[in-house]
Design a protein around this ligand. Structure first.
Ligand code: NAD
Length: 254
């Protein structure tokens, strides 16, 4: 077991990649604090972990609110005595061109994806430092390095996460806290389901067209991204910090 006796926070764990990551970490022996704005589905994640014999506690929270961000770490310390790993996975999917985006659209997507990520980390870092070090993994996206029509808001937020990851890695290296990001290609989750509904496509039509953007001619599975996050979180990545790993079936290299 690669995370035995470690305490891990995963945000955005009510569905998709966050849920897969929480389940994967639990399989590897971690005790989980799972956070999400969607309390009902978050409780289902906890139930799935417990049914498989793991330990998890849910914190229904909006990461764009600092009190909520603070409560996530406070719960980890209260319930499990500290924090070793933080996975910043929660995200908002507001996608507009610069011409079409309102001030509110920008404030929402940057408030959750960039500032929310920073606030969750801000309140977790002192506790990870107290343990003598640990790992933070931020979920960015191929969208952070690619241009896509009418995606300026979301893509800007994901590029910011990659830069923030490198800055955090530099600031936290003396504290023995490694900070890395993973950048998924297209993965079927509730987020992509909303996307094909918005585009007026069926799941099959969207999958075929999204797959064609990847060298491997398929979309990814949430568990495949969870495995990459697990690698960064584990001691197997002990000499890696400030890195971004594309988990994208060759999408960005094409
Ligand atoms: N699915 C993909 O194709 C894909 C591709 C690249 C990157 N990503 C990234 O992967 C991560 C997970 O996305 P997903 O596809 O699993 O989507 P998802 O919608 O299934 O999961 C995102 C979760 O974040 C939660 N969330 C949203 N706003 C929140 C807030 N303010 N506070 C707390 N929780 C909040 C949602 O409730 C949801 O459960 C995101 O960072 C996303 O940008 C996804």
């Amino acid at each position: 077991m690669r995370l035995k006796n470690l305490v891990a926070i995963v945000t955005g764990a009510a569905s998709g990649i966050g849920r897969a990551c929480a389940l994967r970490f639990s399989e590897e022996g971690a005790r989980l604090v799972v956070a999400d704005i969607n309390g009902a589905d978050l409780d289902e994640t906890v139930a799935l972990i417990q049914a498989a014999g793991g330990e998890a506690v849910a914190v229904c929270s909006d990461i764009s609110k600092e009190d909520d961000a603070r409560r996530i770490s406070a719960t980890a310390v209260e319930r499990f005595g500290g924090i070793d790993i933080l996975v910043n996975n929660a995200a908002d999917f507001t996608t507009f061109s610069v011409e079409d985006a309102s001030m509110e659209n920008w404030q929402r997507v940057l408030g959750i994806n960039v500032i929310g990520t920073a606030m969750v980390a801000k309140h977790a870092i002192p506790h990870i430092r107290t343990r003598g070090g640990g790992a933070i993994v931020n979920v960015a996206s191929t969208s952070g390095v690619l241009a896509q029509h009418n995606f300026a808001t979301y893509n800007s937020s994901k590029a910011a996460i990659m830069t923030m990851t490198r800055c955090m890695a530099l600031d936290l290296a003396p504290s023995n806290i490694r900070v890395n990001s993973v950048s998924p290609g297209c993965v079927i989750t509730t987020a992509t389901e909303r996307e094909w509904v918005r585009m007026g496509l069926t799941r099959e039509e969207w999958t075929v067209s999204a797959a064609a953007e990847h060298m491997m001619n398929r979309v990814g599975e949430a568990r495949e991204v969870a495995n990459a996050i697990l690698f960064f979180a584990s001691s197997e990545a002990s000499f890696i910090t400030g890195a971004n790993l594309m988990v994208d079936g060759g999408r960005s290299a094409w």
